[in-house]
Design a protein around this ligand. Sequence first.
Ligand code: NAD
Length: 506
Amino acid sequence: MNEKIALFTIFGGTGDLAKRKLYPSLFRLYRKGNLAEHFAVIGTARRDWSDDHYREIVRDTIKDLNPTTEEAEAFSSHFYYQSHNVNDSEHYDTLKKLSDTLNDKYKLGGNHIYYLAMAPQFFGTIVQHLKSQEILTDNGFDRLVIEKPFGSDYDSAYQLNEEIRAVFPEKDIFRIDHYLGKEMIQNISAIRFANNIFESQWNNRYIDNVQITFAESLGVEDRGGYYEHSGALKDMVQNHILQVVALLAMEPPVAFSEAEIRAEKVKALQAIRLYSEKEALENFVRGQYGHGKLEEQEFVSYREEPNVDEHSQTETFVAGKFLIDNFRWSGVPFYIRTGKRLTEKGTRINIVFKQVPVNVFKDDIDKCGEKTDLPPNVLTIYIQPTEGFSMTLNGKEIGQGFTTTPVKLDYRHSAETTGNSPEAYEKLLLDSLNGDGTNFSHWDEVAQSWRIVDIIRHAWDKTSVEFPNYAAGSMGPDAAFDLLARDNFTWDWQPDIWYRERGKLE
Ligand code: NAD
């Protein structure tokens, strides 16, 4: 196995992200040999922890991966804790000393990854100190991994980017969008570019519309404080959903490399029509969940959740229509939808193909005496929690006469395959060790996404909607259905009952 050599400094080392995602992912890399002897981790946060206590916490976070005692001990021995207030310059000097010591001890060649697993208001301060306190060196590499959200609108993102770019060149900045580490998001490119049957039809001559649904069944839970300032538009659309739109809409890259893919994604984002505020109001709808019931369970409304204003105007649901003004996509709506407390958890893409030019079966009568309508062919990509794809076709119903019937070819990865596949964070950490930025967001993508989203936000901030406007457990407000009905389309999404009944949508 190709061993990677680096020192990780994790700012926010006592936080939820570090414990739930980063330490288990580092352990998986360790177990696979991607990390072996020549790595060390410094966890920093305000709390006053000893190395021993920190190592105990780290071991606790990997319990579910069933390490042997020796494995857990050996892995956690690479972890060091440094109490640190990010605003205090002196603390960076202590950090530098520890970095230098570990660099020598583990022979790390000056390779350094700084992971900012902290609230975004600290990002600028930390990078400035990394430079001013001369923690960055000319030996090895210095890479910055940065969590979302990257700004709260175009202006703040631009400001933050300027601060970071004053210290790190773009090639060393790895802006995490963990969806880009997901197996099936990466599979979008395989489906498109490894199957002529699809790529030859991937355009406005054959595709009627594209539907992207990021549904959550959970409510806002204990994240009310954060969510009140974010809302679904900024939390989901600006980053994850627009990244998926870009991957679906981009032109085939000339090579499957970071530079080529990035260039095509940026072009796709730039082709998304920038609406006027009036058009934004016509093409985007927002919702907020009221109380509701799903499978015998009662749920409170968003406004009754902890740390949420009782008159909150924050949206927990967004549906909208993007138009892409280029030769490939002109006239094909990309409908997107995301929300909390929806019928079930699931991220899915439906590619809805155009009907055959003439329906020669239009006079056929089905069993109920109705004329048969041909449903469209639909390619569905299941991103999570099940992973796979399906294709609906029309076949002939067995028996006398000639009645067509939809047939679904459905392929999902087994639970075992999914369970054994690398976690998004594991892949992204390995990519950052390899210096491969393909699955991270480039500034040009972030900037264009904010330009698109800011218009919608500004339009919404000037108007109000009667909230709540959808019941917990439903698929959102009526307006989200009207949006497609206006264009004579319907959401193709159907609940995944078979999987839900077997508890596979957790
Ligand atoms: P958290 O509140 O659990 O952890 C924050 C960490 O920052 C703690 O270790 C805390 O001690 C440290 N900290 C706060 N102020 C400090 C200061 N002045 N000096 C030094 N340390 C300080 O937050 P989290 O959930 O781990 O999220 C961290 C980042 O990751 C945020 O940007 C968040 O948006 C992002 N993120 C988190 C998740 C997740 O699953 N938790 C998912 C996606 C993105």
